[in-house]
Design a binder for this molecule. Structure first.
Ligand code: HEC
Length: 112
């Protein structure tokens, strides 16, 4: 549980650097998502699901992925049990254009 808290603090702090975001989806993923989902999207036990080889990423429309990035997943939208992943997926705070780039990266290069 302490690790989850440390990650949360790191996450909140990282918002402070949002203005320095780099241009492409891969860089944004490394900066904003990898702390929970892993550098290669491999996921982290008890923190966040893998995004590589994940059917939600490979089989759904980019729009559905963008929605998760923009709105997060909490309350009734939360898909995984709190036993598997106790925390919610937080809203990323990314712009629509940036979310688009990250969604394309998740469906493209991340799956290679
Ligand atoms: C604080 C940790 C954390 C961060 C940071 C985070 N996520 Fe998540 N993410 C989660 C959790 C936890 C879930 C599972 C939520 C649920 O139960 O539905 C999730 C779920 C997802 C899903 C749905 C996966 C599925 O199998 O349905 C996608 C897509 C996703 N995240 C993308 C991202 C992207 C892109 C970023 C960066 C902009 C990001 N996440 C940042 C914790 C995080």
């Amino acid at each position: 549980m302490r690790n989850v808290l440390i990650l949360f603090v790191a996450f909140v702090v990282s918002f402070g650097f949002a203005g320095t975001a780099l241009a492409d989806g891969a860089a944004k993923f490394a900066e904003r998502c990898a702390a929970c989902h892993g550098q290669k999207g491999e996921g982290m036990k008890g923190i966040a699901p893998a995004l590589k080889d994940n059917k939600f990423i490979t089989d759904r429309r980019a729009e559905d992925i963008k929605q998760v990035i923009l709105e997060g997943r909490s309350g009734p939208a939360k898909k995984y049990s709190t036993k598997e992943f106790p925390i919610d997926m937080p809203k990323s705070g990314l712009s629509v254009a940036d979310s688009d780039e990250v969604a394309k990266f998740l469906q493209g290069d991340l799956q290679k």
